[in-house]
Design a protein around this ligand. Structure first.
Ligand SMILES: *Cc1c(COP(=O)(O)O)cnc(C)c1O
Length: 424
């Protein structure tokens, strides 16, 4: 054991802004201070004080096999012993690229980067270069990482010229970003280079695409010659072997991946039709690069992870998410706590309220009603870790057995009773 959580946090805030290297980890929206993770194994993590939690964060998605899966640990260890980075191509990159191309129908060529942010940023640059157009359309509540052009905020209700969504992002950086409401197909014109979308929105809680939305985007893009970009950083290799494109049968021009594809190491990727990808340097004039892109450890972890994600694994994940969603819904209902648990295949969200949101305006009303932080802390105190923010989704892994899920549901029943008592 090292230091306590609180003394680690005190040390952290002295040398790291807010004590964290990514903002949601700071517990800002739920109150309190974070636990510091000492280790993980399968569905569990242990904090610096030796307390065990059933973990539904799973690194916000990469942990699809659970923590410290032996196959991933072995692959990384073996790769590390042979050298950690060369700055020259390796077979491991070819192997992982072949695995992606084989799984994603319509994707012919893929480039690896080191994060989801790099993937979306590069895909947007590529789309602009390939079409010789400037404007992009994104949807309110969809998160595409923290590149400037994608940190645009929308107004309410209709498609809007992006406003800068954060200090330090200039008006110029978002001047060509239009923000539209999710689940409404926007009007496009011939100035639009690309429409980027989370095919299942999983960064405003879970919001499923309405029937016809993704098909409508495909048709709208085709009618003006814009490229459709699926940000599958969460859905890729999780919704099924073919990700959201395979699940819904809608084929975009470009895909962005992250999270699962790196098996817990820093990996992102973007890919698509070979003729579009041919605009990238060194073949074309759209510059994009990375010293650590295709890193051998990261490729090894990605390969070991994808190798274990066959159809049976995705069925198992869906069954686990269904058991968890149904069980939580019943536990919350029995306690008299209004909750909706939207699910798309293995993706599961939780909102505290009476209606399932269909866009960001509706999601944010529920995310800000004050219930989530109470449930979060009541669960955490009993050994269940949900993400410290109401806009996140649950990430049950292949290591979450039925017993672990049932234990979670029992704990949720107690937590809900406490919260309801509190709210009265
Ligand atoms: C997490 C996420 C990103 C950003 O990925 P990072 O690896 O955190 O840069 C982009 N898009 C979606 C949909 C995400 O969930």
């Amino acid at each position: 054991m090292t230091d306590s959580n609180s003394s680690l946090f005190e040390r952290a805030v002295r040398v790291i802004p807010g004590g964290v290297n990514s903002p949601v980890r700071a517990f800002g929206s739920v109150g309190g201070t974070p636990y510091f993770v000492q280790s993980g194994d399968g569905p569990y993590i242990w904090d610096a004080e030796g307390r065990r939690y059933i973990d539904y964060v799973q690194s916000y998605g990469p942990g699809i096999l659970g923590h410290a899966h032996p196959a991933v640990v072995e692959a990384i260890t073996r790769a590390a012993a042979e050298g950690t980075s060369y700055g020259a191509p390796t077979e491991a990159e070819v192997v992982l690229a072949e695995m992606v191309v084989e799984r994603i129908a319509g994707l012919e060529s893929v480039r690896f980067v080191s994060s989801g942010t790099e993937a979306t940023m590069s895909a947007i640059r590529l789309a602009r270069g390939a079409t010789a157009r400037d404007r992009i359309v994104k949807f309110a509540g969809c998160y595409h990482g923290h590149a400037d052009a994608l940190l645009a905020a929308g107004g309410s209700g209709v498609a809007n010229q992006g406003l800068t969504g954060c200090d330090g992002v200039t008006t110029g950086a978002v001047a060509d970003t239009v923000v539209a409401p999710y689940n409404v197909v926007p009007e496009l014109d011939h100035t639009v280079a690309a429409v980027i979308v989370e095919p299942v929105a999983a960064n405003m809680g879970l919001v499923a695409p309405a029937p016809g939305f993704l098909e409508g985007l495909r048709a709208a893009c085709d009618s003006v010659g814009a490229l459709l970009v699926f940000d599958e950083v969460i859905t890729g290799f999780r919704l099924g072997r073919g990700g959201a494109a395979g699940y819904f049968g809608v084929v975009p021009d470009l895909w962005c991946f992250g999270k699962v594809i790196g098996g817990g190491l820093p990996v992102g990727a973007f890919g698509g039709r070979a003729d579009v990808m041919a605009n990238l340097a060194p073949l074309g004039d759209v510059y994009q690069a990375g010293t650590l892109s295709g890193n051998p450890l990261a490729m090894a972890a990605g390969r070991a992870t994808l190798e274990l994600l066959d159809d049976a694994a995705h069925e198992r994940l869906t069954a686990t998410a269904t058991r968890l969603g149904d069980g939580l819904a019943a536990a919350f209902a029995d306690a008299g706590l209004a909750a909706m648990l939207p699910r798309v295949g293995p993706l599961l969200g939780v909102f505290f309220g009476d209606t399932t949101p269909g866009d960001f305006d509706e999601a944010s009303v529920l995310a800000r009603n004050g219930v989530y932080p109470k449930v979060f802390h009541a669960l955490l105190a009993r050994g269940v870790a949900f993400a410290p923010g109401a806009y996140e989704v649950l990430f049950p892994s292949l290591a979450h057995t039925d017993d672990v899920v049932d234990e979670t549901i029992g704990i949720a029943a107690e937590a809900a009773a406490e919260v309801v008592g509190d709210l009265l």
